[in-house]
Design a binder for this molecule. Sequence first.
Ligand code: DX5
Ligand code: ZN
Length: 246
Amino acid sequence: MPRSIQMAPSILSSDYLNLQSEIELLALSDEPPEWFHIDVMDGHFVPNLTIGPPFVRALKRITEVPLDVHVMIENPADQLDWYLDAGADTLTVHIESLRPGAAGGLGFSATLLDMSEEEIELGLALLQRIRAAGTLAGLSINPATPVKLLKPFYPHLDLVLLMSVHPGFGGQSIIEDSLDRLSEIRSEIDALGAPILLEIDGGIDVNTAPLAAKAGAEMLVAGNAIYGQPDPVAAMQAIRAAITKS
Ligand code: DX5
Ligand code: ZN
């Protein structure tokens, strides 16, 4: 039985000056997305600066589609509550950001090769805080960080977001070994029987979406392949159709 696929268009590729109509275009279409993916970048953890809590709050007011909030920020513990209060429906922090001062992003993507007990404890505490707010708790992992580092977190996770490009910018091509990494995480989740959503983010389009779905992803983020297209509604439909056909 194929897994049902949830689409999460990334507003990073939308027209920020017309965000309300960009949101409504998809949200009010015949087949609305299951989520909107919101990329929060702080200009430190990644070399790009996007949106903050007031923006998330404003988006929450204009759509009933749940907000999938991906925070690419340093020291997430300091700012977590802002996004929870703003109405995030999922809140995903980077495993690499559990190391204080870690920098990520294009060209200098943060990689974690091991974790200290303190870093694991910090991660578990963050996930607990997110869940306590009634929000789905996620961890995101960069392309070069070993997936085995996720292990201690699985029982406390609602979502794993695999970065299939270096975080910071939309419109990049998928990094080749991402699908193998996705399958590896899928096997771990299945072996545990844990109800964890598996999400892939970066370089997902009409060609790569069916491959990601086959490798076990159930939430697909797509920025350029939806909002970067002249007709985002048709583009999202085409991705769904490509998955169904494969
Ligand atoms: C990149 C962001 C992505 C981005 C994906 O750091 O996390 O969500 O919007 O963009 P595409 O789908 O264009 O690769
Ligand atoms: Zn993202």
